[in-house]
Design a protein around this ligand. Structure first.
Ligand code: PLP
Length: 446
């Protein structure tokens, strides 16, 4: 039987809820990323509850969860310490004052202590808001207009950056000189002139641009490792080059650490790669699953926020739920040996999947860093978005996803997303996943 039928036979209640949801929620889910057209076919699972590394759907099916809410559930679902910290703070303090309070300082101090290279932090609500703040702050600070960004990276849904993530390479033109391509309707085309889009992992392209237009550039905005195109790591020296060239031309370097922050090392990509940026954005991972994001930076980079001439405002900025969640999360992430242990667990899964694919004769390889990776169904190395678009076998990935979800292992159904391993996944989870994978891969190989 086809996947849709097998899936439907396990999920009658989910299907009924989806029909009901479509009446009052456009598309039937709260984010476009959850709709069937974005991989969740024939309809998204409806969740009954999560606990630790597991999810249960409304039909009673259980899943080992590598979706992790698209990344935030870094300490597992319903982590008891964070849940208690947040509910105690709300019960004892309140939720939102429009004024500062002590717990906010505590949360900020812990973030600054956890991460290299930053002196100050402002909390906000989502990654998109944090990136929007960083980009505008860079323009205000430098008095320049141009933002450099890269094909295949995703920086949230604001107009200024909603460009050139997964767009048809044919529309973007030659790889040496890609055109910005808006990711959807409603984005003013005039903004095209405020962006330069480059191929990533391409030192010559960056150097050439900086030589010709370096003094017009407000900031270079990058994911320090590209987790919005599967997973693509920076080649040796590339982040160093971004740092060196931005400094040379007086532009700011912005690391969008919405995914990498607190993920595979407590200090995120800045710690892992040993490169520090001027401004850094955080979100997923920062609050252990609660909705909080942050823009952080050096004291110099935060100068206009500090003196009040740049207005970073927001009614819900640094509310009690956020600061309690951040404070408790930072405490838990400080456990000695935690990241080493979980990276080893992730590596065991990644290597195991690669071995299974090889043994079954399926062309696939893993790229990633410990607790976040992707299994690329491709027989060539992927260095950038153009390679991904050309070589990755989305059709094979779909079959892989289908066979795994039917075996109780959940991850994102698209090749250009990735698998997240929380800090509470266990060896038993990995063993069960590898068993399921061996079965699934044998079906794919047929
Ligand atoms: N930046 C990166 C690197 C992201 O991965 C995302 C979300 O996936 C965002 C920004 C936007 O964050 P949010 O969805 O919280 O607005």
């Amino acid at each position: 039987p086809r996947f849709d039928e097998r899936f439907a036979s396990r999920t009658p209640r989910t299907r009924a809820l989806f029909e009901r949801a479509k009446k009052t929620i456009p598309g039937g889910a709260g984010s476009t990323a959850r709709l069937p057209r974005n991989g969740w076919k024939p309809y998204p699972l409806f969740v009954a509850e999560g606990e630790g590394s597991r999810l249960r759907d409304v039909d009673g099916n259980e899943y080992i969860d590598y979706l992790l809410g698209l990344g935030p559930m870094i300490l597992g679902h319903r982590n008891p310490v964070i849940t208690r910290a947040v509910s105690d703070a709300v019960a004892n303090l309140g939720t939102c004052f429009g004024l500062p309070y002590e717990l906010e300082i505590e949360a900020a101090e812990k973030v600054v202590a956890a991460v290299p290279g930053i002196d100050q932090v402002r909390f906000t609500n989502s990654g998109s808001e944090a990136v929007g703040t960083a980009v505008r702050l860079a323009r205000a600070t430098t008095g320049r207009r141009l933002i450099v960004r890269f094909e295949g990276h995703y920086h949230g849904w604001q107009d200024t950056v909603y460009w050139s993530n997964h767009v048809d390479p044919a529309l973007a033109g030659p790889i040496e000189n890609p055109r910005p391509v808006a990711m959807g309707g409603g984005v003013p085309t005039e903004l095209e002139d405020t962006l330069v889009v480059l191929n990533w992992n391409d030192p010559e392209a960056l150097i050439a641009l900086m030589e010709s237009r370096g003094h017009e550039i407000a900031a270079v905005l990058t994911e320090p490792a590209v987790f919005n195109t599967g997973c693509i790591l920076p080649e040796p020296g590339y982040l160093e080059l971004l740092r060196e060239q931005t400094t040379k031309y007086g532009a700011m370097l912005i690391f969008d650490e919405v995914i990498t922050g607190f993920r595979f090392a407590r200090g995120g990509a800045q710690e892992w790669f040993g490169i520090t940026a001027d401004l850094v954005t955080y979100a997923k991972g920062l609050g252990g699953g609660f909705p909080v994001a942050a823009v952080a930076g050096t004291r110099e980079a935060m100068r206009l926020i500090a003196d009040g001439t740049y207005s970073h405002s927001g009614t819900y900025n640094a509310n009690v739920v956020q600061c309690a969640a951040v404070s408790a999360t930072m405490d838990l992430l400080a456990e000695p040996g935690l990241y080493e242990r979980q990276r080893a667990l992730g590596d065991r899964l990644a290597t195991g999947l690669e071995t299974i694919a090889r043994d079954r004769g399926v062309a696939a390889h893993v790229t990633g860093i410990g607790t976040v990776f992707q299994l690329w169904f491709a027989d060539q190395k992927i260095r950038n978005w153009r390679d991904a678009a050309a070589y990755a076998r989305e059709d094979v990935f779909t079959r892989w996803y289908e066979e795994m979800v039917l075996r109780g292992v959940l991850f994102h159904p698209l090749q250009f997303e990735n698998l997240f391993i929380s800090l509470v996944h266990t060896d038993a989870d990995i063993d069960a996943t590898l068993n399921a994978a061996d079965d699934a891969m044998s079906v794919i190989a047929r």
